[in-house]
Design a protein around this ligand. Structure first.
Ligand SMILES: Nc1ncnc2c1ncn2[C@@H]1O[C@H](COP(=O)(O)OP(=O)(O)OP(=O)(O)O)[C@@H](O)[C@H]1O
Length: 511
C-alpha cells in the first residue's frame, strides 16, 4: 500500500431522507493500493455513503476530493468517468447475454471498448491480471454465483475502475470461494488499485484489509485504523458501542441456550424418499428422508448448490417433486399450495428475502400484514387499514426495527431491518414448522444474534425448525441434530455437538 497523500477523501458528508438524518458529518479516506474495509451494523449508512460516491445520491453537505482536487459527481456516469466502480450484492448483469455483450452494453462512454473483439480482449486481459479464469463468450445465466461475481468484477475493472467498491463480496460464496475472492482482492490492491470492502465479517477485516473505517448510526466512529493493530474484539466493540462483546466474530453466539434441548415432541416435518429435479432436468434431490420434531432445530449443513435451494422451494410449495412424500404436522403436504401449507403451520424465511418474501415497493405495514390480509384477518371485503397500521406500529416497536415507519417503503430498509420485518411476520402464534434458509446472510453481528435468538425461542415454544445453512458455525451453534447434504443426497446424521471436522468429513463423503 502506498503512503503519502490520499487518493480519495470524503469529508463531513451529511445526508437526510425527509427528516431522517442518515449521515452526520461522515469522513472517509482511501489510499492508493489499499484494501480499506468499511464496517458498520445494518443501517449504519455504509450504502448511502457509497451511493453518494458513485452518484446515485447527492450529499446535502460535505466535500469529495480525488487526488487533492474537488470531485464533482452528480450522476453515476460521472463516477465511472473518474474510475470509480461498484460491484453490488445483486449483480448488474443481463443473464441472456454473454459476458462480452454485457461489457459492450455498459461501455457507452468507452469508445475503445466499442468493438466486440476489443471488449472480449479487455475482459480476458483483466481476468488474467487478477488471476481469474473466465469465458467471455459464456451466457451469464449459465454461470454460478461465484462466476457471476468474478465476471462482474472483471466488467467493472475493464471499464477502467481504479477505485473498486465491493459490497459484501463474500456473502454469497462458499468458504473456499470466499478465500480465493479475498486473495484476488489483495492482488488487485497490489497491482495499484484501491478497494473499498463493505463487509460484516470481522475476520475479513483483520485478515485481508489494510485499514478499516467504522460507522455507527450515521457517524464515523473510527476512521482509517490500521488493522494490524486491531483485534476482532476491539473492532466489534467499536462497531456496536462498548456494551457488546459477548458475540463471536461473525455474530454467532457459540453456545446453545441452556434448556434448548428439551424432550422433543412428535414429527412436525417428515420427508420420505423425496426426489426432485433442477430446472435443467438434472437430479437435484435423490431419496432425501428427514424428520424434524416439535421443539428441535435440525441443521442441514452443506456447500451451497447441493440441493438446498430446491429443497426449500419444494417444502415451501413452489417446486414439485418427482416422487416421495412430505408430511407437515401429519398431513400430506405435497399437493398443497403455499397458502394451504401455511394453514398447516409452515412458516418460511427464504435465503433471498427481497426476491421471494418481501415486496420492496410496498410499505412496511403492507409487508407485515401480507399473509394476514390473504387469510382475511383484516377483513374479507374491506380491509381495516387503521388496524393494519396500528399493528404494524406495535410490531415495529416490539421488534426494534430501527428507522421504520408503517408507511415507509420496504425497499429502503437496511438488510438487518428487512429481516426483522420478515421474522416479525413469519414467527406468529400459528407457526408449527419454521423453515429458515441462510437466515443471517448479509446481517451484522447484532442482527444475526437476534435471528438466532428468535430461532431458539421458536423451538423452545415447541416449533420444529429446519435450519438450512452453508455456515458451519451457525449450524453447530444452533442445531440439536445435524444432517449433511451433498449432491442432493443426505450423507448422514450427527448429534448437535458434532465438530466442524465431523461435518466436513460427511460433506466429503467420508464416514
Ligand atoms: N432512499 C432512502 N430513503 C429513505 N431512507 C433511506 C434511503 N436509503 C437508505 N435509507 C435509510 O438510511 C439508513 C442507512 O441505510 P444504509 O442502507 O445506508 O445502511 P447500511 O449501513 O448500508 O446497512 P446494511 O448493512 O444493512 O446494508 C437506514 O435507516 C435506511 O432505512
Amino acid at each position: 500500500m502506498s503512503q503519502g497523500s490520499p487518493l480519495l477523501t470524503l469529508s463531513a458528508i451529511d445526508k437526510s431522507f425527509d427528516i431522517h438524518r442518515v449521515l452526520n458529518s461522515v469522513s472517509f479516506e482511501l489510499a492508493r493500493g489499499e484494501v480499506h474495509a468499511l464496517l458498520g451494523e445494518n443501517g449504519a449508512g455504509k450504502s448511502t455513503l457509497m451511493n453518494i460516491l458513485i452518484g446515485v445520491y447527492s450529499a446535502d453537505a460535505g466535500k469529495l476530493e480525488l487526488e487533492g482536487k474537488p470531485l464533482k459527481i452528480s450522476k453515476p456516469s460521472d463516477s465511472a468517468r473518474q474510475g470509480i466502480g461498484m460491484v453490488h450484492q445483486h449483480f448488474r448483469l443481463v443473464d441472456r447475454l454473454t459476458l462480452t455483450e454485457n461489457l459492450l452494453l455498459a461501455a457507452d462512454d468507452h469508445p475503445q471498448l466499442k468493438s466486440r473483439a476489443a471488449a472480449r480482449e479487455a475482459l480476458l486481459s483483466t481476468a488474467k491480471e487478477i488471476g481469474f479464469t473466465l469465458n467471455p463468450d459464456c451466457q451469464v445465466g449459465e454461470l454460478s454465483v461465484a462466476e457471476k461475481q468474478r465476471a462482474e468484477i472483471c466488467k467493472v475493472l475493464a471499464l477502467g475502475a481504479r477505485i473498486l467498491i465491493l459490497d459484501e463480496p463474500t456473502a454469497v460464496l462458499t468458504d473456499s470461494e470466499a478465500s480465493s475472492m479475498l486473495a484476488a482482492i489483495r492482488r488487485m490492491a497490489e497491482s495499484g488499485r484501491s478497494i473499498i470492502l463493505i463487509t460484516h465479517k470481522l475476520r475479513e477485516v483483520v485478515g485481508f484489509s489494510h485499514r478499516v473505517t467504522i460507522m455507527r448510526r450515521g457517524e464515523t466512529v473510527a476512521a482509517g485504523l490500521d488493522t494490524s493493530d486491531l483485534s476482532i474484539e476491539k473492532i466489534s466493540s467499536l462497531m456496536m458501542g462498548s456494551s457488546s462483546t459477548s458475540l463471536s466474530p461473525d455474530g454467532i453466539n457459540s453456545k446453545k441456550a441452556p434448556g434448548n434441548i428439551q424432550e422433543h415432541g412428535p414429527d412436525l416435518l417428515a420427508i420420505s424418499h423425496l426426489n426432485a429435479r433442477r430446472d435443467d432436468g438434472a437430479p437435484a434431490l435423490t431419496d432425501v428422508s428427514l424428520r424434524v420434531r416439535a421443539g428441535e432445530i435440525l441443521g442441514l449443513a452443506g456447500v451451497g448448490g447441493n440441493g438446498q435451494h430446491e429443497l426449500t422451494e419444494l417444502l415451501s410449495g413452489i417446486r414439485s417433486a418427482s416422487s416421495g412424500s412430505v408430511m407437515i404436522d401429519g398431513a400430506d403436504a405435497l399437493g398443497l399450495s403455499p397458502r394451504q401449507r401455511r394453514k398447516l403451520g409452515l412458516r418460511v424465511i427464504p435465503a433471498d428475502r427481497m426476491a421471494s418474501a418481501l415486496v420492496s415497493d410496498l410499505s412496511i405495514a403492507a409487508n407485515l400484514s401480507l399473509t394476514s390480509v390473504v387469510s382475511g384477518r383484516f377483513g374479507r371485503l374491506w380491509l381495516n387499514r387503521r388496524r393494519i397500521q396500528r399493528e404494524a406500529q406495535a410490531s415495529i416497536e416490539q421488534h426494534e426495527i430501527a428507522g421504520a415507519r408503517p408507511s415507509g417503503r420496504m425497499g429502503l430498509l437496511s438488510g438487518g431491518n428487512a429481516q426483522k420485518v420478515l421474522l416479525a411476520r413469519e414467527i406468529d402464534s400459528g407457526m408449527k414448522l419454521l423453515l429458515a434458509h441462510s437466515p443471517t446472510r448479509g446481517l451484522d453481528i447484532r442482527a444475526s444474534a437476534l435471528v438466532h435468538q428468535r430461532l431458539r425461542e421458536a423451538a423452545a415454544k415447541g416449533a420444529a425448525c429446519l435450519l438450512v445453512s452453508e455456515d458451519v458455525e451457525e449450524i453447530m451453534a444452533l442445531s440439536d441434530r445435524i444432517c449433511v447434504i451433498s449432491a442432493g443426497k443426505i450423507m448422514g446424521e450427527l448429534p448437535g455437538d458434532a465438530s466442524a471436522a465431523d461435518i466436513g468429513r460427511l460433506i466429503l463423503g467420508h464416514e
